[in-house]
Write a protein that binds this ligand. Structure first.
Ligand code: UDP
Length: 325
């Protein structure tokens, strides 16, 4: 198949490109490189079935060759990144999704929207099933991302209803692994970088807020299974939406202690102000993915930290042996 991956030079997008190439597909990778990195796909550049096109999908994109799947992953995704580019984030979610749905319609391609657990906002239902409508502040600092993705979901479903495009939506919960940008401001790269450099680990608030972290390989496996799955005849819109994430929930303070333990770091833990609208709890209910796809994550959080450490050491120019004291 020929597969178009938007955001293909990003953290998740580049792992997805690897997986598609490994399965024998032809991959066209679009990325504006606003938050994606050419380094993430450097190893694929000479591959005969891989094409990289630097393009900002807030502008239309046309392609003559037939496309079978459109996997739409482009968007700034860390609070620091979308906070720095709020208007562009809204344009990618709205115009970018519109252009990619138009492309999928023109080619009769299957379309996947990479949505987010952020559509649930600061949830009042815990854990979050796909049927939960969410609790989002429409004018808050996170709204540029949350509402962009909510609009993208609505547009995706409109193309399914009006044009019969074969769509799927995945709501991705916090995912970690190699190729995360070390300066994207998220808690996982922050803590690991701080621990390895012997700097204080910055816990925002009192660290009692929770998150659930999924290792990237598990997530990519979930994406492939969602694409391979066919919704039952006559199924409603909810059938096309899947939470993908690891239900192993930890407080941010527990994560700080775990990172210190695994890295053997003697860094102190310091407390900093909690950003506005920071969700207090987040854990996916993955019953649906388990029942329909037989999918569930295999990698524990401890293993995820261990498996990501060599990458962060490399990015920081530290040798394998050196701890972070
Ligand atoms: N956080 C933290 N220290 C940091 C970075 C983030 O305590 O150096 C907290 C943040 O306030 C949030 C959680 O860790 O409660 C996860 O934040 P992240 O930016 O990774 O992503 P989010 O899940 O909020 O989108």
């Amino acid at each position: 198949m020929r597969v178009l991956v938007t955001g293909g030079a990003g953290f998740l997008g580049s792992h997805l490109c690897d997986r598609l190439i490994a399965e024998g597909h032809e991959v066209i990778c679009l990325d504006s490189l606003l938050t994606g990195r050419a380094d993430n796909i450097a190893h694929l550049q000479r591959h005969p079935r891989f094409t990289f096109i630097q393009h900002d999908i807030t502008h239309p994109f046309f392609i003559a060759e037939r496309v079978d799947w459109v996997l739409h992953f482009a968007s700034p995704a860390s609070p620091k990144d979308y906070g720095a580019h709020p208007i562009h984030t809204l344009k990618v979610g709205a115009l970018g999704t519109y252009h990619m749905l138009g492309l999928a319609k023109a080619h009769g391609a299957k379309f996947l929207l990479a949505s987010t657990s952020e559509v649930y906002g600061d949830p009042e239902v815990h854990p979050q099933p796909e049927s939960y409508w969410g609790h989002v502040n429409p004018i808050g600092e996170r709204s540029c991302y949350d509402e962009a993705k909510r609009f993208a979901e609505a547009l995706t479903m409109a193309y399914w209803r009006q044009h019969g495009i074969d769509v799927r939506i995945i709501r991705i919960f916090n995912t970690v692994g190699p190729r995360m940008r070390i300066d994207d401001g998220r808690v996982f790269p922050n803590f690991i970088t701080q621990a390895l450099k012997g700097e204080p680990l910055t816990v925002y608030g009192d660290g009692s807020q929770t998150r659930s972290f999924c290792y990237v390989d598990d997530l990519i496996e979930g994406v492939m299974q969602v694409m391979a799955w066919t919704p039952p005849e006559g199924a409603d819109e909810l059938a096309r939406v899947f939470n993908l994430g690891n239900p192993e929930e930890v407080t941010i303070l527990e994560l700080a202690h775990l990172v210190k333990e695994v890295t053997g770091s003697r860094s102190p833990i310091v407390f900093r102000p909690l950003p506005k609208d920071d969700p207090k709890q987040r854990r996916p209910d993955i019953t649906k993915a388990k029942n329909f796809l037989g999918w569930q994550p295999r990698t524990s959080l401890r293993e995820a930290v261990e498996r990501t450490l060599p990458y962060f050491r490399h990015m920081l120019g530290l040798s394998e042996q050196k701890g972070g004291n």
